[in-house]
Design a binder for this molecule. Structure first.
Ligand SMILES: C=C(O[C@H]1C=C[C@H](C(=O)CCC(=O)O)[C@@H](C(=O)O)[C@@H]1O)C(=O)O
Length: 270
């Protein structure tokens, strides 16, 4: 279904009853990311959102509308629309940056927080400026050469090298999900909520008191380093390094990922 949220038409899908679990995909993803998990998480009310600029959610012309804080405000409205006081929140990569932002700005709305291969942004303005420049160049590339050419480049980044081990059918599934996005949405997502663009939340991690689980794949050295460092600041946090997985743990170790999430949430059911 699509619902109007702060002037943006959001595509949201809900499955099941029970405790709500809000699921936030990564950059170039969509609600399709989470469909393989419907059978595993039948005990929960799954709320799947196409993040602004992705999937069947609007792609506004103004990059400012994609800002992380505004996207978090949208999540607050989406929970309100479904009369949900709070939810367990799981975010993958960009979706994890949004999930963390939501937990910081709306702590009363987050029952537990699960961050897969994510970060609180970049620490210094210098790093942020450099990243914003890179992301702007990438955004212009997407607009100039189109989504297909971008996906070809994106899926071949070293960060996703371990996905080459996956069956070709699974690789094609991921590619199709990426291809089902539009150039304006992806470009403005980078401009508005990219890693360099979002505020650095490193200095606010100590205030995140909700039970938090950090997940990283053992082959994803960069994001495991980030998770190890985040753990030092988060007061109520566990970390799991998942064996034989890279950045997209949920793709490369689906069963293990499903079990880890269920176990973490079940231990904290209300
Ligand atoms: C390449 C880097 O950053 C990007 C990597 C992962 C994030 C993501 O959401 C990827 C999802 C996917 O394609 O499976 C993305 C983001 O957080 O927006 C980052 O731009 C890097 O080295 O930091």
């Amino acid at each position: 279904m699509n619902i109007f949220v702060n002037g943006v038409s959001y595509h949201v899908e809900r499955y099941g009853d029970g405790e709500p679990l809000l699921l936030l995909h990564g950059f170039t993803g969509s609600v399709e990311t989470w469909k393989p998990f419907l059978p595993y998480w039948r005990d929960y009310q799954l709320v799947l959102v196409d993040i602004i600029g992705h999937g069947l959610t609007d792609s506004p012309n103004d990059p400012a509308r994609y800002e992380m804080e505004k996207a978090a405000d949208d999540l607050d409205e989406i929970l309100r629309y479904f009369h949900l006081q709070d939810a367990h929140v799981l975010g993958y990569s960009m979706g994890g940056r949004l999930a963390l932002t939501f937990a910081i700005l709306y702590p009363h709305r987050v029952r537990t927080l699960i961050l897969e291969s994510s970060s609180p942004g970049l620490k210094t303005m210098q790093e942020r400026r450099e990243r914003m420049k890179r992301d702007e160049a990438l955004a212009e590339e997407i607009e100039q050469y189109g989504v297909t050419a971008f996906v070809e480049k994106w899926e071949n980044m070293p960060l996703f090298a371990s996905q080459k081990r996956l069956p070709l059918s699974v690789q094609q599934q991921i590619r199709n999900e990426r291809l089902n996005n539009n150039a304006l949405g992806l470009a403005n997502s980078l401009r508005g909520m990219g890693t360099g663009r979002q505020p650095s939340f490193w200095n606010r991690l100590f205030k995140v008191n909700v039970p938090t689980l950090l997940l990283c794949g053992e082959w994803d050295q960069k994001f495991c380093r980030i998770a190890e460092e985040m753990k030092e600041y988060l007061p109520n946090c566990e970390m799991i390094k998942v064996p034989e997985a890279g950045h997209a743990i949920h793709v490369e170790q689906r069963e293990i990922f499903a079990k880890i999430v269920s176990r973490f949430i079940t231990r904290r059911r209300v």
